[in-house]
Design a protein around this ligand. Structure first.
Ligand code: GLU
Length: 298
């Protein structure tokens, strides 16, 4: 059993990302001494990442007693793997170049009298499926219309899930022409290569799962199990953001780190810890996690 925490170094750890880190760590420790917890710094989207932030996050995790069992993996060093995965999809006819700008997509949707948007993203109308129409390529997209894109799976916390990726998401981007790899492709390649069997991450990412399962199938990778953790709410009850309280965590002293962990544990439904340091608190939550999320030692 191998689990992972995969932060994007776009800012320091905050209350929400610590919940995902703690949950993925507990899920691994609950499975016994053979299980391994990995950390992957998701810095593929170099525009949004801040220099030095990956190292800072690793230090913050260590201050909370969360240390990976193997050297952390950095996505920026893995471009050749993503390249090979894209080539494999191209060879199967499952990736095609797209020349549409956001404006082109908006106009094509308006022409059809539809403007479907999900989470601020437009469902791609499929304009370039039959060629670039004389435009330069801006992105590579996954051909959802060529696969069985109606997916059902079970999330360990959210229960049975379904998504028709072709209809609800459309042909999603694998790589942008200006270079950056899309999260969907990078995460699937990395999880497979790192042998991740159990993905535990924040509920804000749950909607990506179907796209990732499609890519795993197309690339011949196994599908891990998924558990999406509760979101941390801001003071106003909304999803945590910089405006309503998502500030960097204070992990500067052992007491501050323990307090931060304790708050993260409460979000996961674990009891307040009587422990006096992070290591003891973590050890105390392991059996509780095992009972709550039914992760038996393997
Ligand atoms: N890097 C992603 C994020 O920080 C998480 C990826 C994942 O856990 O699948 O939002």
């Amino acid at each position: 059993m191998r689990g992972r925490f995969a932060p994007s170094p776009t800012g320091p750890l905050h209350a929400g990302s610590l919940v995902a880190a703690l949950a993925s760590w507990l899920d691994v420790r609950a499975r016994g001494p053979q299980a391994q917890w990995l950390v992957r710094i998701e810095d593929a989207d170099t525009e949004r990442c801040l220099p030095g932030m990956g190292t800072h996050i690793l230090q913050q995790l260590a201050a909370c007693g969360l240390r990976p069992d193997e050297a952390p993996v950095w996505q920026t060093q893995r471009g050749a793997r993503y390249e090979a995965a894209l080539a494999a999809l191209q060879a199967q006819g499952l990736a095609y170049p797209c020349g549409c700008s956001r404006k082109d997509i908006g106009e094509a949707l308006a022409q059809r009298g539809q403007a479907p948007e999900r989470h601020g993203e437009r469902v791609y109308p499929g304009t370039c499926r039959d060629g670039l129409h004389g435009k330069p390529a801006r992105a590579w997209r996954f051909a959802t219309f060529k696969v069985d894109a109606e997916l059902r799976w079970t999330d360990r916390r959210l229960g049975p899930q379904r998504q028709d990726v072709a209809g609800e998401v459309g042909d999603f981007v694998l790589r942008r022409a200006d270079g950056p790899w899309a999260y969907q492709l990078a995460v699937v390649v990395d999880d497979a290569e790192q042998g991740v069997t159990d993905v535990v991450r924040g509920e804000d990412l749950a909607d990506n799962t179907a796209r990732q399962i499609l890519l795993q199938r197309a690339l011949g990778f196994p599908t891990p199990s998924y558990l999406h953790t509760p979101l941390v709410r801001g003071a106003d009850g909304d999803k945590l953001s910089k405006q309503n309280g998502a500030t960097a965590l204070d992990t500067g002293t052992p007491q501050a780190a323990l307090a931060a962990l304790d708050r993260a544990a409460r979000v996961l439904g674990l009891a307040a810890t009587p422990a006096l340091n992070c290591a003891a608190a973590l050890a105390g939550w392991v059996p509780e996690w095992r009972a709550l999320y039914n992760s038996r030692p393997s």
